[in-house]
Design a protein around this ligand. Structure first.
Ligand code: FES
Ligand code: FES
Length: 176
């Protein structure tokens, strides 16, 4: 038998799959995932959760951001198999099950913090992580938190205003 070429080895690699079990937005999914498939593609193609957007595909734009065990993660840089056993939150899981929006979503809508909306899912999950860890951020802290999420059309002001508004409302609701 002739020795296998590099291409054959790569093809064999692409075809390898693993059974993984991932909890996404509170629902546990067991699925067969190709070992080289990114978490972003797995969410979009296999679980049909297309709210996770793909922009640059190399970790720069932040559009694909999801929460993994509560921490923001570029899902284009993570393999689906690495998510095995972990808890993922995507934009589809940010609001309530009855359709009520998360305070961040409501505030973004009210302050015109989005235009095309392509960056918005990743932006919101990054901001959720911020408010989970820091319920009373300063404007500068908000700007630093979203510095890794590129938005080409809002100029960020509406997003920052929305975050401060949502944080204030959440603090009031928490105190009520
Ligand atoms: Fe993942 Fe841009 S698509 S960071
Ligand atoms: Fe368009 Fe952010 S709303 S890129």
């Amino acid at each position: 038998m002739p020795p296998s070429s590099l291409d054959d080895d790569l093809d064999a690699d692409v075809e390898q799959t693993r059974i993984i079990s991932v909890t996404v937005n509170g629902v546990t999914h067991t699925a067969e995932a190709p070992v080289r498939k990114t978490l972003a593609d797995f969410l979009r193609q296999q679980l049909k959760l297309t709210g996770t957007h793909i922009g640059c595909e190399h970790g720069v734009c932040g559009a694909c951001t999801v929460l993994v065990d509560g921490m923001s993660m570029r899902s284009c840089l993570m393999l689906a198999v690495q998510a095995h056993g972990h808890d993922i939150t995507t934009i589809e899981g940010l609001g309530e099950a009855d359709g009520e929006l998360h305070p961040l979503q409501r505030a973004l809508h009210e302050t015109h913090g989005l235009q095309c909306g392509f960056c918005t899912p990743g932006m919101l999950l990054t901001l959720k992580e911020l408010l989970d860890n820091n319920p009373a951020p300063t404007e500068e802290e908000v700007r630093v938190a979203i510095s890794g999420n590129l938005c080409r059309c809002t100029g960020y002001d509406g997003i920052v205003k929305a975050t401060l508004l949502a944080a204030e409302r959440m603090r009031k609701e928490g105190a009520a």
